[in-house]
Design a protein around this ligand. Structure first.
Ligand code: ATP
Ligand code: MG
Length: 201
């Protein structure tokens, strides 16, 4: 990658908009025959991470109801010859527990890793291709240093959602996305081509 990383900020006016973004990410996932794709999903409790992940997985062909793997921490979905691995690290107790999850076994071709609460596994996770950060209206705009899953800047920092903030009211979310690899740039570029960067409604 050269220059500033490709980024985008979407205002998701309601839950349907969150699902549309998730579905678009699923449709445009640039599968690889030489290693896994990885997407980080951060944002406070109730920000919409699992909603977005579920829509993404549904677009990939997962027909069962997707719930946050809050207790098992990891859920595997077979997609024909492909694999989707949904991880929720909210309740992770240290890096040793992360080792026991065996994420390393899933860094293979035609595999997608969706990782909620990546900041809880900071320093012990694969590199993300895309990093999504969801915000509720009125939430602190960007997490503090020390809560970051890696050393980079937060997605879309400096880009403004507009004077009213996300959706301009109590509902809605802001989603900042940053590409963190060449594959991630292609992925985000394809989603940006499908969904206008203003409100998704
Ligand atoms: N754009 C949106 N506008 C309003 N509500 C939304 C939006 N996107 C998702 N929601 C709602 O937010 C609620 C929480 O969503 P979800 O469970 O996906 O959050 P989460 O980030 O996974 O939370 P947790 O970290 O607690 O697992 C759900 O009721 C969902 O319908
Ligand atoms: Mg969740």
């Amino acid at each position: 990658m050269s220059g500033a990383p490709l980024s985008a900020v979407w205002t998701l006016t309601d839950v349907h908009a969150t699902r549309r973004l998730g579905a678009s990410l699923g449709r445009h996932c640039p599968w690889s025959t030489s290693g896994a794709r990885c997407l980080f999903l951060s944002g406070q409790l109730g920000a919409g991470k699992t909603t977005l992940a579920a829509a993404l997985l549904a677009a990939l062909g997962v027909s069962e109801a997707v719930r946050s793997p809050s207790y098992a921490l990891i859920e595997i979905y077979g997609l024909g010859a492909r694999l989707a691995v949904h991880v929720d690290l909210y309740r992770l107790h240290g890096v040793e527990e992360l080792e026991q999850l065996g994420l390393r076994d899933y860094l293979q071709s035609d595999t997608l890793l969706l990782i909620e609460w990546p900041e809880h596994g900071a320093g012990a996770l694969p590199n993300a291709d895309l990093w999504l950060h969801l915000e509720l209206p009125g939430a602190r705009a960007l997490p503090e240093a020390g809560e970051r899953p890696d050393a980079g800047e937060w997605p879309g920092a400096g880009e403004s959602p507009g004077e009213d903030g996300p959706a301009g009211g109590a509902d809605g979310r802001l989603c900042r996305v940053q590409a963190r690899s060449i594959a991630g740039e292609a992925w985000l570029g394809a989603v940006r081509g499908e969904l206008p960067l203003s409100d998704i409604d």
